[in-house]
Design a protein around this ligand. Sequence first.
Ligand SMILES: [Zn+2]
Length: 426
Amino acid sequence: MSSFSISKPAFQPGDNLSLVNTFRWPDKTFRNEYRVSQGPIATGLEPWLALALLPAMVAGMDIKLEQPVSPRLLENLGKIQDIFYSWENKTFHRVGIEAAPYSQPVIPADGRAVATFFSSGVDSFYTLFRHYAEIDSLVYMKNPFISVTDDAIVTGRIRKVAHLVEKPVLEVLPLVRAYTEPYVTWYYMHGAAMASCALLLAPQLSKAYFASTHSYSGMAPAGSHPILDGLWSTEEVEIVNDGAEATRFQKIEYVSQFDVALQNMQVCVWDLPDTEKFNCGKCHKCLITQAALRIAGKLDQCPVFAEPLDLEKLAQGDYDTYYHRTNLLEMLEVLEERGSDPALANALAAALANQRPLAHFQTFLGVDPEVAGLRHQMAGLRQELNVYRTALRYQLADRVNNYLGRNKAVHRAGEILAHGMARIFK
Ligand SMILES: [Zn+2]
């Protein structure tokens, strides 16, 4: 098996908010960079190890670390690998990690903040409000793929919420997708990327909450996950997956009591660069959120959807993930129990009745970008399109984006193309 070494990162000359680490594989080189809005930032290897692991597992590359790292993290890397291997054993391979544990943490324990990663989504708001008194600050991990204009709009929204909830926000831009993209979908990578950002902020944070997407009652493989996130912790930073005790509907009902959530909730998969109505009102996440808000009696107080809830659209949707179907079923049960809103209950029942069987979770993952990898993907395309089309659509869109240019218009074009392909193969 090939291997590569991770050495100490370097600050951009004259800029102590931008840290660079180049990974040199035997046949290629990846320049990775993090930019933060406020220092200090950690110069240890832990953030880079969290970043390095999953693509290395896909490519089958052992990792060597050129300076000692957290013994706690080192000990848990085997378990992290076991989890990904059990989820996708055709894609992830166990790799060797050669490293020495440090004898004691570098950063003193006291005086650092408790933060929550925050995207202005339902899960984010839920964790923020549940731990409001404990949380000192928000961390916003920026999207490196959107245009400067869109980034300004999205970041502006986050800053506005931070101001309204009276918490400072730390912004981190991970310029790492040239390394991750060819190997691992962002669906799987984003948890490790968040962990990497949290560890990078170790001089400022002693604890970081990651808001859970899935509940304990509806777990499916995902890059940020209740069984996974805490394993990225070190002696310096405790990482905590939070909120899995609540279902999607329970979270929406809970956060809908806060006006700041109703006015600023960002749930749409399209992330519209509109300053006010930034949720399309048409995608599955929008429809499900609107339905939940209607049950909670708060839909008319939530002005962030570009279109009103369309029950016909809700009923006719093709919900191709376990997560979305669980959301629908849960809401139907709530309505049946409460005996309210028969029109919405009928739409939910119709939506559930319309679904085809779900296949095993194993998805169409990123592989090596070389021709062999693409050929492998094409061979599985027809089958996979029928297995997990949403993930595929985004995977294809990401890939088109990666090859053709890094701007949102191309990304959208890729998604539309992939969506069309999904229809053809249906
Ligand atoms: Zn939407």
